[in-house]
Design a protein around this ligand. Structure first.
Ligand code: CA
Length: 226
């Protein structure tokens, strides 16, 4: 998963980032709420770990702000405070779970896994549904309206990546990095070609297209109605 750690204490932030990377997650660290907003906009993390006491405000206020704006990103709140009523406040405030410092790294991992499972995000997700599109990640199968869509391995990887990020515009660079593992632009229109293959299989002849081009930016998979 891509995890955003919002924590201003460098020692704790470093410990979390190192530990989570060792578990195979990709980690961004933000030292305050302002940095967190930027990272959320640019990195599209799957989950966030947020300290309550940030230099520019309460981490919980940040989570509330995100919820008001419609974000459902799973959030684990960290706090040094131990009063029970604040835990309740934390959960009411839109955080998915609450962990009191000092905590063990194992406990943090267990909480993250539980939140991810409940919210069906990242690595824990084995089935993705967008409108009538269903992707069975384990079986490498996709269908629309119950009708199976035959896909090559690369097409499947591309569709899965777009569906995992449904509603988010993905640039060609990010798609190349993720689906082709290319960290440079090969100067070809590989992504566009594969999106056109997918369109032919996923959208052609259907009332509600799911694959959309965002001019000058990239692609997004979403249900925009008819
Ligand atoms: Ca802090």
């Amino acid at each position: 998963m891509r995890i955003l750690v919002v924590e201003d204490e460098p020692k704790i932030a470093g410990f979390l980032a190192k530990g989570l990377r060792e578990e195979g997650h990709s980690v961004e660290v933000a030292g305050d709420a302002l940095g967190a907003r930027t990272a959320l906009a640019l990195a599209h993390p799957d989950l966030m770990v947020v300290d309550r006491m940030l230099p520019d405000g309460d981490g919980l206020a940040l989570i509330r702000e995100l919820r008001r704006a419609g974000s459902r990103i799973p959030a684990l709140c960290l706090t040094a405070r131990e009063r029970v009523e604040e835990r309740v406040e934390g959960l009411l405030g839109g955080a998915d779970d609450y962990l009191v410092k000092p905590f063990s790294f194992d406990e943090l991992l267990a909480r993250i896994a539980a939140i991810a499972r409940r919210s069906g995000t990242g690595a824990e997700r084995d089935r993705i549904v967008v409108a009538d599109l269903e992707i069975d990640v384990a079986a490498h199968r996709a269908s629309r309206g119950g009708e199976e869509i035959p896909l090559t391995a690369r097409e499947f990887a591309l569709l899965r990546y777009l569906a995992e990020n449904a509603g988010r515009v993905l640039s060609r660079t990010r798609i190349l990095e993720h689906v082709w593992d290319m960290r440079f632009d090969p100067g070809t229109n590989t992504v566009d070609v594969y999106v056109s293959y997918l369109r032919a299989k996923v959208d052609r002849g259907r009332e509600r297209p799911l694959l959309h081009t965002v001019r000058g930016v990239g692609y997004v998979l979403e249900d925009r109605g008819r």
